[in-house]
Write a protein that binds this ligand. Sequence first.
Ligand code: FAD
Length: 468
Amino acid sequence: HTHESSSSKRKVIAVVGGGLVGSLNACFFAKRGFDVAVFESREDIRQAKVVRGRSINLALSHRGRQALKHVGMEDTIISKGIPMHARMIHNTNGKRSPIPYGKKGQYILSVDRANLNKELLAAADTFPNTTLNFNHKLHDWSPKTGAMTFIGPDGQRKELQADLIVGCDGAFSAVRKQFLRQSRFNYSQTYIPHGYMELTMPPIDGDFAMEPNYLHIWPRNTFMMIALPNLDRTFTCTLFMPFEDFEKIRSGDEVIRFFQKYFPDSIPLIGVEALKQDFFRLPAQAMVSVKCSPYHLFDKCVLMGDAAHAVVPFYGQGMNAGFEDCLVMDEIMDQLNENIAAVLQEYTRVRVPDDHAIADLAMYNYVEMRAHVNSKYFLFRKYLDNILHVIMPKTIVPLYTMVTFTRTRYHEAVNRWHWQDKVITQGLWLSGVVSAAGGMYVLVRNSHKLPSISAEHLWTRILTSKRF
Ligand code: FAD
């Protein structure tokens, strides 16, 4: 990219939040030649001893990878990821059955969140036009002047100015607070009744305790457990369950009893003692879904990543959508010659329907993953959809494939899914009717081969049978 700034001074972009999306976004803006300043409330996790935060590992897929590729980070990240080619379903009697994610060779990657964040911060740090400011917590900002107030490392307030504020400060965004004060800003947030808890499954004799190249799932209708592999040969198990069920389990023995009933095969793998302790180490964490629009405020500010759209984690798309946000923004920057006011408007126009669609899909999968992976019809439909995809690769593409392995816009993927579903369901109906009709036809056509029973004949038979 060649970059010609319209003014003599380069525009200053303040990226608030140096999490996954903020650190990647800094690379995108820096690559364009803007002056970038990242403000992150935490200390520099590259130097931190313990990294607190959400899920330990995440599933990275096509959209996220495409965005990483654009800033030259794809190979670095995938070299430290573990491919997962299929789900591995564990039922209560310990039986395991794989369900592939897509076609042969298609897989998602288990990546370590802390490492991903560190690598992205390091990448942003390599740009001479980027500064990283840790221990800077955004307190408030003014939509009128664009001035931001931070609480700095020494607890002192700091006023800073930028041409554009990019809010990448997560689901509880401080940047977003100013949006909430505006007229015609739509906002909704929903907490689901489920919480999540992470448990570690250590290696056995130095090797993974289960098959590593799978996303393991223990679906149990109202709750479920999943496990993703880590480079150190551990698995991180995540138990998703209604808070009220978490609260019912109060002692180590109750934990074991619960696991014996629902996840018996995991007990020896996690370890009885570890399970009894780890379960009470941290309380279950809440999950929130946030939708809003527009994503921009004048030509001053734009929300991206979880700050714009926190989604429940059941499609493995939160980070991927946030990474794709950066790519979409970059594409629009190209289209509109970095005219910030126009870019922000276009970004909202293009991105809101897609991010809303993935928020809805994630919520839908919240139900599907828990309940349907156990249902015969669901499995049959997954199977059928995959077969149809192989036969007619252009016409029928499973929803999961569109979302995970393509950059089909999320809202188009949803529309197409509804259309395909209608066609396939009607097809199933039709083939049902055709085979019923076919059966009838065969019967009628061959009726001459059946013993012919006329009324007269019948009467004679009855009479004779009575007589003899
Ligand atoms: P965050 O990661 O939340 O980062 C926000 C950053 O802003 C943080 O560093 C924070 O310290 C900083 N910050 C906050 N407030 C301020 C402030 N006032 N001033 C300055 N800085 C501030 N996504 C996937 O794609 N695949 C998965 O498999 C997946 N699994 C998940 C599992 C779980 C259990 C959860 C909860 C989420 C999962 N996600 C997954 C979603 C993913 O975690 C998020 O979408 C992603 O972290 C969003 O990145 P972000 O940078 O927008 O926000």
